[in-house]
Design a binder for this molecule. Structure first.
Ligand code: SF4
Length: 470
């Protein structure tokens, strides 16, 4: 039954996988007559898509739910649904903490949301669905034509690695891979809707297909590389212990595979890596980096770190700083360690005091900021192929408030480039989704600025990312 004029607000906290789920939730509710709105106050249905990976993310969920309590008091007919990792982890307990919530649905129950809404409306009672269904994947629904340049495709759910700080195996279940035919069909659907860049998502894409005996990840990339209309392929996340020589070779051999790898290391100390149950050593990790750079010298490398894991000494932390220097990351994500109640490390006794964790995190970011800026400065004078995202969000300080000559895009290494259109390029009708050569003229801590190369042609078809010396 169609209900016209119902409004929906999806609030997503957390990683790209949650962003993908949030998009699928919103698209799955359109056939029920829901239209997305930009603020919770204007919505008839609010879906909170939650993350439990860090304590802070979980706190954010409950503080957002607190805001919704006030809305629900004013409008008792407002429907509130809570999904994602916190919903999976807490289940019924969400209702004791936030009794105004109508629906709690777990990470593998997204497709059941329409049915749960109908049940809750018919019974007038809250509904909770957190079973770990074997069918891990939400039915994919492509975006509207021309809605976006980049899209996500979840190719795996869950994880079997059991790092001692992590709750993913308990909230997303055991590792499951989406069959290659389904991945290919989803990516084709995205390209038909105008998407030019796809990011494949999984907790550890390097073990794709292994359990089910499907094709392996490099083979999947090879098939995706042939899809017409797809310009760029990215993926995240890669576990270093499973990074194969074949995957390394794919960076050299597949022109559409972006020259960027996110390879989380978490710590530079073997002692801490062991306590984290990461199953690789610093030497193995450095060997993988060397092989990657031999196969693909311009590859951008990013990583994740945890500062202040239980038992981390000053010397362990020095090894973390030293690996950041040695690898020379393009950028990194880092967090202070926080206990997740269901993760084994929560029971480790030798916790690092909060002020020490904070100080280590600050030193880590200081070091990386310097390295990132140096990396950006080295690109000045080079020509990078940029996939145009759209008009620049940030206009130059000395320019008009909304200057139509200011555009933004990203390099193959995933660096943001803001650029000014020259008269030549204005006449070329630069638009989102095009690949254009941009000479880098200035470097900043988080972005680059450049100017399209006059006389260059926008490119289509398979794109190797060449970085030409000026
Ligand atoms: S590999 Fe480790 S950190 Fe990553 S999802 Fe699996 S258990 Fe968590």
């Amino acid at each position: 039954m169609m209900h016209s004029s119902k409004t929906l607000y999806v609030h997503t906290i957390g990683c790209q996988m949650n962003v993908y789920d949030g998009e699928q939730i919103a698209r799955g509710l359109i056939p029920l007559g829901y239209r997305p709105v930009g603020r919770p106050e204007a919505a008839d249905l609010i879906v909170v898509n939650t993350c439990a990976i860090r304590e802070k993310a979980e706190q954010k969920v409950f503080s957002f739910l607190g805001r919704l309590a006030i809305l629900k008091e004013k409008r008792p007919d407002l429907i509130i649904a809570v999904g994602g990792c916190v919903a999976q982890q807490e289940g019924e307990r969400i209702l004791s903490r936030a009794p105004y919530v109508d629906i709690v649905f777990g990470t593998r129950s997204i497709d059941r949301l329409p049915e749960l809404l109908a049940d809750a409306a018919a019974s007038g009672r809250p509904r909770v669905a957190v079973e770990m269904a074997a069918d891990a994947f939400v039915t994919p629904r492509p975006p509207e034509k021309g809605e976006r340049v980049s899209g996500f495709v979840t190719i795996m759910q869950g994880c079997d690695n059991h790092c001692t700080y992590c709750v993913v195996p308990s909230v997303r279940g055991s590792e499951t891979s989406k069959p290659p035919e389904a991945v290919l069909a989803e990516v084709r659907g995205l390209t038909e809707a105008g998407v030019r860049e796809v990011t494949l998502l999984g907790q550890n894409v390097n073990s794709y297909g292994r359990k089910e005996g499907l094709c392996d990840f490099p083979d999947l990339l090879g098939m995706l590389n042939e899809i017409e209309g797809l310009e760029r392929i990215r993926f995240t996340t890669s576990h270093p212990k499973d990074l194969s020589d074949r995957l390394i070779a794919a960076f050299r051999d597949l022109p559409r595979l972006c020259k960027h790898i996110h390879l989380p290391i978490q710590s530079g100390s073997d002692r801490i890596l062991k306590r984290m149950n990461r199953k690789y050593t610093r030497a193995v990790y450095l060997d993988r980096i060397e092989k990657l750079r031999t196969a693909c010298p311009e590859i951008a490398v990013t990583s994740d770190f945890i500062a202040g894991f239980p038992g981390e000494t000053d010397d362990d932390f020095r090894q973390t700083l030293s690996i950041i220097e040695t690898v020379g990351y393009d950028s990194l994500f880092a967090f202070q360690y926080s206990d997740r109640p269901s993760a084994p490390a929560a029971r480790f006794s030798d916790k690092v005091p909060d002020p020490v964790k904070a100080e280590r995190l600050r030193r880590l970011f200081d070091l990386q900021s310097r390295i990132t800026l140096e990396k950006h400065q080295k690109l000045v004078g080079r020509v990078e192929t940029v996939l145009v995202d759209g008009p620049a969000k940030k206009q130059p300080a000395d320019g008009p408030v909304s200057d139509p000559t200011q555009w933004a895009g990203r390099t193959s290494g995933n660096k943001i480039v803001n650029f000014t259109l020259t008269p030549h390029w204005k006449s070329e009708a630069v638009c989102p989704g095009r690949l254009i050569p941009v000479r880098i003229e200035a470097a900043f801590p988080h972005s680059l600025r450049g100017r399209p190369v006059d006389g260059g042609a926008p490119r289509s078809g398979a794109q190797g990312e060449e970085t030409h010396a000026a």
